[in-house]
Design a protein around this ligand. Structure first.
Ligand code: MF3
Ligand code: CO
Ligand code: CO
Length: 269
């Protein structure tokens, strides 16, 4: 791919050109559309590998490639993280039961551009505790997105997320972060979901990155299981996550991964 256009900031962050937004828009929309399509399949009695098989098939049918199959040895088209799994849950024969909450994270490559998004789903009925966690995590992502505009810093994004989550007596996971992306999956910077206002690299028009806060009902600490992927809360508390891919514009940002069907939140659509 042509990586000669554009430039790299002192912080190592690529600045993309105006034309590049179209590629990200198409990739992001496709990833979000697949997350829309999988929603009706999330039911008690199904398994996470059935959901992943559907996603893998749709990625191919829609003319895209999975960014996660073969990535550092990962073998699936999605990560599916149930209940106290924070992220990188591996699809498998686990049967979903009523009230389980899960994050499904899909990254596609379309025409060389990466679209990375995740959202929460519920199997059956959502209980009050889980509903509150999901709402706070969703709103925390949008607090972070609201801080995206040229001249603000990455610390402003983290600060907006952390203060909102902690005001709701929940905790922000520190062990995983968002990332630059574009014609690559993971690029600088690390987008932290906590931090101090006014710190970190300054946002510029043309930066592309994800914001993907993970929020726990209990303590923030995580551990990775023996499979080397599955990250869980150490205290076994429930965890939630939402992820959008965004591009910085002159006045704010464009969200590349908006749900075409308006189904980003499990109680919508
Ligand atoms: N999509 C994840 C992210 O938001 C990364 C998954 S990598 C995998 O960055 F290998 F676990 F799939
Ligand atoms: Co991501
Ligand atoms: Co992701």
């Amino acid at each position: 791919m042509d990586e000669t256009r554009g430039r790299i900031t002192r912080d190592g962050i690529r600045i993309y050109e105006a034309e590049d937004f179209a590629g990200m828009r198409a990739a992001g929309r496709l990833a979000a559309h697949i997350l829309d399509e999988v929603a009706p399949l999330v039911q008690p009695g199904t398994t996470t590998e059935v959901l992943d098989a559907f996603i893998e098939r749709r990625v191919a049918e829609l003319g895209a490639t999975s960014a996660t199959i073969g990535y550092k040895g990962y073998q699936h088209a999605s990560c599916i993280s149930v209940n106290h799994v924070v992220c990188h849950g591996i699809p498998g024969p686990k049967i979903l039961k009523d009230g389980d909450i899960l994050n499904i994270d899909v990254t596609v490559i379309l025409d060389g551009w990466y679209g990375d998004t995740s959202r929460m789903y519920v199997a059956g009925a959502l209980n009050r505790k889980a509903e509150r966690l999901i709402q706070v995590t969703h709103d925390a992502l949008f607090r972070g997105i609201a801080a995206v505009k040229p001249g603000n810093t990455f610390g402003d994004i983290g600060h907006a997320i952390q203060t909102f989550v902690e005001a709701n007596r929940m905790s922000v996971v520190r062990d995983f972060c968002g990332h630059g992306l574009g014609r690559v999956f993971h690029a600088p910077p690390n987008v932290l979901h906590y931090g101090r206002a006014g710190t970190g690299a300054v946002l510029e028009e043309g930066m592309f990155f994800t914001i993907e806060p993970m929020v726990n009902l209990g303590r923030p600490e995580t551990k990775v299981l023996a499979d080397d992927w599955t990250a869980v809360t150490r205290d076994k508390s429930l965890s939630a996550q939402f992820e959008h891919s965004v591009g910085v514009t002159a006045t704010g940002c464009e969200i590349f991964t908006l749900s075409p069907a308006g189904k980003f939140h499990p109680t919508w659509g």
